[in-house]
Design a protein around this ligand. Sequence first.
Ligand SMILES: *[C@@H]1O[C@H](CO)[C@@H](O)[C@H](O)[C@H]1NC(C)=O
Ligand SMILES: *[C@@H]1O[C@H](CO)[C@@H](O)[C@H](O)[C@H]1NC(C)=O
Ligand SMILES: *[C@@H]1O[C@H](CO)[C@@H](O)[C@H](O)[C@H]1NC(C)=O
Ligand SMILES: *[C@@H]1O[C@H](CO)[C@@H](O)[C@H](O)[C@H]1NC(C)=O
Ligand SMILES: *[C@@H]1O[C@H](CO)[C@@H](O)[C@H](O)[C@H]1NC(C)=O
Ligand SMILES: *[C@@H]1O[C@H](CO)[C@@H](O)[C@H](O)[C@H]1NC(C)=O
Length: 447
Amino acid sequence: MTYSCNILVPRFLLLIVFSLALTANADSFESLLQLPRRQSRSTRPRLRPRSERLLHVGDYGAKGNGFNDDTQAFAEAWKRACSSKVKTRILVPQNYTSLVRPIDLSGPCKARLTLQISGRIIAPEDPDVWEGLNPRKWLYFHGVSRLTVEGGGTVNGMGQEWWRRSCKHNHSNPCHGAPTALTFHNCKNMRIENLNVMDSQQMHIALTSCRRVTISGVKVIAPATSPNTDGIHISASRGILVDNTTVSTGDDCVSIVRNSSQIYISNIICGPGHGISIGSIGKSKSWEEVKDVTVDTAFISDTTNGVRIKTWQGGSGLVSNVLFKNINMNNVSHPIIIDQYYCDSRKPCSNQTSAVTIEKISYVQVRGTSASKQAIKISCSDTSPCRNIHLEDIDLEPSNDDGFTESFCFEAYGSSSGEVYPPPCLSDETSVLEQSVPSGTSSVLDL
Ligand SMILES: *[C@@H]1O[C@H](CO)[C@@H](O)[C@H](O)[C@H]1NC(C)=O
Ligand SMILES: *[C@@H]1O[C@H](CO)[C@@H](O)[C@H](O)[C@H]1NC(C)=O
Ligand SMILES: *[C@@H]1O[C@H](CO)[C@@H](O)[C@H](O)[C@H]1NC(C)=O
Ligand SMILES: *[C@@H]1O[C@H](CO)[C@@H](O)[C@H](O)[C@H]1NC(C)=O
Ligand SMILES: *[C@@H]1O[C@H](CO)[C@@H](O)[C@H](O)[C@H]1NC(C)=O
Ligand SMILES: *[C@@H]1O[C@H](CO)[C@@H](O)[C@H](O)[C@H]1NC(C)=O
């Protein structure tokens, strides 16, 4: 009892303070990205415009009792909705719990589509159901534009048995992928809002090859011990806004990989889990580029990392123009970390010369507590040092009152301003310039 009081009360208060601090930076961003305008900002259920057609999954045979297989009903409702020439809404009512097996929901659709999940969609508990199917997919949307998924209900991946069998939990099991609860592949002009996604077999929401997507008012929850359960995974996508979102899982709250750009994350509550990550990128010698990422206003608590950039040795490409701003950390093990030596394989990774270039990374107003002494760690490649790292108004104190925090830098160049604690260890930018100009070519500098 005392335990839960001690823990819950301060965190609860922090969340309230944080919620009050949420300000709508989203508006300016929407205009910037030219995201689709919404008709209503009200949290009350919107009135259905006359022109919208309503398809109740029950009318397609769904029973919503939690054990009948409702997959076929969903497939048929989707087919009907997707071929409709008028705006259509598929409804999973509040009192429904629909068991749905792996399903492909494909576009293009003829008109705007809304999937309103007010009740629950649950996955089969038994991984053997995926026998002969792609193990990475459960609810798989592809080739869809102008889709909204909303409704205040829950998508539950029922991942317990998958986690138990995971090679991360039982090292004698083979490593293979597990399903992502909601995958959106090749999507455009989408919204995911007011939705709970929980206990996914692996990742919760994945956007791959998407353009202009808004995720807002989404809550993702899985146990801290569940393996690889990223909250929101953004891959090969551009123009993504994640706002007003809570993620607490066993892996990254948000991960951004593979040629993604114009990513804006604001008002996020993250933890437990692994924090907000750019990467991992550059695995298996790949070329990848992640640029123009902003994380503005985040509360990160009890995570292994706060804001992280992780790249594999041997990869190539670029991470550039990233801003982490107004980040509150609470008992985070590595609040600020750049790791060019990331290695998540069973064998240790050998040293390689090629590396992803990391430049123009700013940390502004990052405050709170660090669970480890090394609150700032910027560990870059000696063949491709990090450039233009900027630290401004940083205060990362130790979680336990006694002690101190410190910075670690390796091949890290940049500057700092304002108060920065722990004291920064970045090397002066000019020294890398001198270093990188081979002797005899100094005349280029005169240009
Ligand atoms: C949901 O509620 C409706 C209306 O009250 C009722 O007819 C239906 O049987 C309920 N369905 C389930 C699955 O509980
Ligand atoms: C780990 O997996 C192996 C092979 O699947 C199985 O025999 C063993 O009982 C598992 N161990 C635990 C602790 O679950
Ligand atoms: C986030 O919530 C705020 C406050 O409720 C709201 O004004 C804003 O529009 C929301 N963001 C998005 C992208 O819907
Ligand atoms: C990223 O884009 C580049 C160039 O467009 C391409 O060569 C590369 O394969 C892409 N990388 C990944 C991981 O998709
Ligand atoms: C902080 O995190 C560490 C390691 O993650 C944990 O052992 C410790 O209990 C946490 N401290 C508090 C005050 O929650
Ligand atoms: C890789 O390089 C680092 C830094 O130079 C060194 O500490 C480490 O021992 C090297 N590892 C291997 C496997 O050679």
